[in-house]
Design a protein around this ligand. Structure first.
Ligand SMILES: [Zn+2]
Length: 582
């Protein structure tokens, strides 16, 4: 909802207010920044007045919500979130991506290509995607709207699937694999909601669907005659040295993403883009730099012989696709796959058989679930044997204790290995990127803790600076010893003032890292091979000095306007790390 509020507030002529009983981060700060955070949390029917144009209801609103009751009493126009998205885009060409899996990725691919080609679009996507500030955008100017179409119900008050409200001109369905068993108790009911979605395509619209899915083929066959049917499958591709290239019109396009499921999503996105006049060549050229939606096969660490990925997958179809993708991309590596049964559906005893053979392509397969979560969700208890039987392959080992799982992972050798960590949770409190990196690069976590401590010391050292606008501190550490320190300031003989009246640094101010490096040069010590801790990213001039001084590692604590200094350091082969820990 807060994404919608921010999106509408960007349009001219709209005044937005909102209520909620609780507002969490990051919504809270983002609303505050936009001046939209309510002064008090809770429900205030007196705020609902006859002059309101519309009231938009969040999906968690209760029937007896006092503001809702007041709005009904006044006869105000009340919309659900999906209804309002339609209302705002009813004169635009709407592209809607549905399916049990791959919707976020496919939506992100379409938006990515449109953005690269300078085609403006309104959008709503279910997860934060790189290069897009928000999850919702609405404008007066865009001709197109691209929505991720979720089959889940609109709200407890409106039992329609959300994607039934968007009425697409161009509809995509990526596949149907039973999910949300709590609201779709049978598979037939689940398929039916997709059939209705296709019925709601606008006159003479297009239906893009995955042709290897029998249910989708049946839906397409029985669809209205005016609807243009556009089936797709896996494109031709080759894999060389861990890089997947799609072959189109005899040309190879090297991609950042991999896995058959991603290439299939790419075909859906290509057909949608084709419908709005984008050529295959332009599409493939643009999509080649697409790195994937966040949380989907996100590469968290790579060494010269091992690689680790994190993925949000938990449902059977996503799990299978993700494991197979990594298997295919790295045929010669040992595949260690670790997953957590975490969502409501995945922990239901009746649903477990859907996981049949899902992880068979992994050499080592660890499955974790937390019995306390099952208790908390008030589900029928399951035991490790049930889970083992459901997966039905010998490679699977089941854990119910996170510490035991971590020990088992630590006991493995990761030479020539692809590691895959899959969950929508965190294996009961594991920092997945740090943990996985530590498996591939032993000592990583220890070094990170050490780096954070030195960085805290550099921050304290910065307090010596009499610069008012920006205090920067630096430490040089070699062989576990602090060999030098520095903070920004003016050389002796100059006034004790770092900034002019416009708060711009005066040219004679010496930077913290330059002070630390010149100080060590005057001592018996040498900065050769040392690590530099500096609280702000080094500038170009300091970076040159860092390279000349033989420093091997630079850890910096804050990104400063222009990052060309950091780029220079990286190009010179210096290990550069950003420490966000405060
Ligand atoms: Zn500098």
């Amino acid at each position: 909802m807060h994404n919608l509020a921010l999106a509408i507030s960007q349009k001219s002529g709209y005044q937005i207010t909102g209520s909620d009983d609780e507002i969490f981060e990051p919504s809270r700060s983002r609303l505050e920044k936009a001046g939209l955070l309510p002064k008090q949390f809770g429900w205030f029917p007196e705020r609902i007045t006859p002059d309101l144009d519309a009231v938009i209801l969040g999906m968690h609103a209760q029937k007896d919500n006092p503001e809702l009751l007041r709005a009904k009493e006044l006869g105000l126009k009340i919309y659900s979130f999906p209804e309002y998205l339609y209302e705002q885009t009813k004169d635009k060409i709407r592209i809607v991506v549905g399916g049990s899996h791959g919707k976020t990725t496919t939506t992100a691919m379409i938006l990515y290509v449109m953005q690269k080609l300078g085609i403006e679009a309104d959008y709503m996507v279910g997860a934060q995607i790189e290069g897009f500030e928000r999850m919702v955008r609405l404008s007066d100017t865009a001709k197109y709207a691209v929505f991720e179409g979720d089959e889940y119900l609109t709200s407890p008050l409106d039992p329609r699937s959300k994607f039934h409200l968007y009425k697409p001109h161009i509809a995509i369905l990526t596949g149907i694999a039973w999910d949300h068993i709590n609201v779709f108790p049978t598979f037939d009911k689940y398929v039916d909601t997709f059939r209705q979605f296709v019925d709601l395509i606008e006159q003479d619209g297009s239906f893009i669907y995955f042709q290897d899915d029998a249910n989708l083929c049946s839906i397409a066959e029985h669809a209205r005659q005016d609807i243009k049917r556009l089936p797709y499958s896996t494109p031709d591709f080759v894999i060389n040295d861990g890089v997947t290239s799609v072959i189109a019109d005899g040309q190879h396009f090297a991609m950042c993403v991999f896995g058959k499921h991603n290439l299939q999503n790419m075909q859906a996105a290509r057909l949608a883009c084709q419908q709005i006049g984008i050529s295959a060549h332009d599409f493939y050229t643009a999509i080649s730099s697409f790195k994937g939606a966040s949380n989907r096969l996100e590469k968290i660490c790579q060494t010269d012989n091992a690689v680790a990925f994190k993925d949000f997958a938990h449902s059977p179809s996503k799990l299978r696709a993700t494991v197979e993708a990594v298997r295919l991309q790295y045929p010669d590596k040992r595949l260690v796959a670790c997953m957590e049964l975490h969502t409501y559906s995945s922990l239901m005893a009746d649903f477990l058989p859907q996981y049949d053979h899902c992880m068979e392509k992994a050499d080592v397969a660890f499955v974790y679930f937390n019995p306390q979560v099952i208790e908390h969700k008030r589900l029928v208890p399951i035991n490790p044997d049930d889970v083992q039987r459901a997966f039905a392959t010998h490679n699977v080992q089941v854990f119910t204790d996170s510490a035991a799982l971590q020990d088992a992972l630590r006991a493995l050798d990761y030479h020539n290995t692809a590691l895959l960590m899959m969950t929508s949770g965190n294996f009961n409190g594991v920092n997945i990127p740090d943990f996985a990196t530590d498996l591939l690069v032993p000592g990583f976590i220890k070094q990170k803790k050490l780096d954070n401590r030195y960085m805290r010391m550099a921050r304290i050292w910065a307090e010596n600076s009499y610069c008012t606008r920006r205090q920067v501190g630096a430490l040089l550490v070699k062989d576990k010893m602090i060999i030098s320190d520095g903070y920004n300031g003016t050389p002796s003989g100059f006034p004790n003032q770092c900034e002019d009246e416009n708060n711009v640094s005066l040219p004679y101010v010496l930077h913290a890292e330059a002070n630390a490096i010149t100080k060590v040069a005057r001592s018996n010590n040498s900065s050769d091979g040392a690590t530099l801790y500096v609280t702000a990213s080094p500038c170009m001039e300091c970076s040159k000095l860092i390279i000349q001084s033989g420093i091997r590692r630079v850890v910096y604590g804050e990104q400063y306007r222009i990052m060309d200094g950091v780029e220079l350091l990286k190009n010179a082969g210096i290990e550069v790390l950003f420490s966000s820990d405060k």
